[in-house]
Design a protein around this ligand. Sequence first.
Ligand code: FAD
Ligand code: SF4
Ligand code: SF4
Length: 477
Amino acid sequence: MAERMLKFINLPQQTPEKRPAETRRGDFQEIYDDFQPEAAAQQASRCSQCGIPFCQVHCPLSNNIPDWLKLTAEGRLEEAYELSAATNTFPEICGRICPQDRLCEGNCVIEKGFDSVTIGAVERYITDTAFENNWVKPIAPLSERIETVGIVGSGPAGLAAAERLRAQGYQVTVYDRHDRVGGLLIYGIPGFKLEKDIVLRRWKWLEEGGVKFVLNADIGGALPFSELREKHDAVLIATGVYKAREIGGPGSGLPGIVKALDFLITSNRKSLGDAVPDYDSGLLNAAGKDVVVIGGGDTAMDCVRTAIRQNAKSVTCLYRRDKQNMPGSLREVKNAEEEGVNFAWLSAPEMFLGDDKVTGVRAMRMHLGLPDASGRQSVETIEGSSFTIKADVVIKALGFDPEELPIAFNEPALKLTGWGTLKVNPRSFETSLPGVFAAGDIVRGASLVVWAIRDGRDAAAAIHRQFQAARQAQAAE
Ligand code: FAD
Ligand code: SF4
Ligand code: SF4
């Protein structure tokens, strides 16, 4: 039934049902149920169809949110899907894992007096429905082009670029060192936020559209980067950032102190049904253990919630600032608290205890001082405030830096920024090497899936422009 719009005054916000913490602690399934069609239409109808939609302004993809909300409210879901897919390669993924509270929904104007429109949940619902109804068709270029593009990295940036270039008719090959497509979507982000079938479905969709994948291909390792440059007319680097930030202090090298991504990749592989010796041996498995996770970002939240699901004895998150100043999404903190995670706010590790393996963390209380030049409050230790937490496993989740690509790719002329990310021309996305482009976290630094999609799409458009200019120049000769 078609719903009238502007219903926010009388109709309260309703998100899809969240499974009770007691149930969801025991598995890696997503925690939110699907919207029922009637509820999706009703929630979409709460939108007031703003003349200047701040939701859209604050969506990195400039999604046409008011229009697809209206189409959903009117029951015109296939059109809503087409509109949504026009600006977003993976709407069902963003609908699940974007930090909407900081982006579209956080800027919905009705948020000022009422709860915002549930934009993310509707976006997810539209594309899930499109898949169920077979409305999602493989990419079908109008004509084939002879130019080939090699993409290094099958994360959201590489895949979004692959989709756009293939739709223009280019011959696209994506290389990845992993055995599955998806980058952090498949091996970083846990199933309780994004079920793996959703990512595998997109892999199949891209293959059906003619994108080729070469997996287990470590570029710069077994397969030299120079080979890709010889083979392809253009190369896009979308390798993400993976160098884990280290932690110092006495005992920081003890066995039992592990990297966040090693822990998450192992857990995701287990969920995908792989044989995982490090999980079975207990090395990267929290079952029955006291676990301490250090960090306050999305990665730390994923680690604490994974440890809970692996049946850890206790899980404590140690973060040096307070809840209001943590980089992770507050929605995820709330979920973690509901699931039984303890948070030690304003606490930082001082040393790690143990002889031949870690047995505990000695931490100090902190307080927030005056803001520095960036406006962020400094963190100062409180003398004499030490306390000890028992730990069989300590997970370091302090963020990621880029690997040194000029060395890894044996391309000394590949220029970096001061942060070690790849330097690109912001308009052309070209690096200091002609014909070599870059997008996603490797350019931006650790960021969000939605920004990686945006960069991948923009880089594809820039590569297309460069091919077209070359073709026109050739024709004019
Ligand atoms: P990636 O997704 O990192 O993909 C890069 C790919 O390149 C990988 O597949 C890698 O194997 C491959 N690669 C790297 N080097 C080579 C090489 N030499 N040869 C071949 N292949 C190579 N963002 C959100 O928006 N919401 C979230 O909830 C969220 N949760 C996160 C949780 C975790 C644990 C982490 C680590 C990040 C999270 N993020 C989240 C951030 C988000 O995942 C990244 O910003 C995004 O995936 C970056 O996309 P990308 O394509 O640039 O790189
Ligand atoms: Fe919101 Fe992300 Fe969807 Fe944009 S892509 S509308 S920010 S959920
Ligand atoms: Fe609708 Fe909110 Fe966007 Fe306005 S800001 S168009 S009410 S979703």
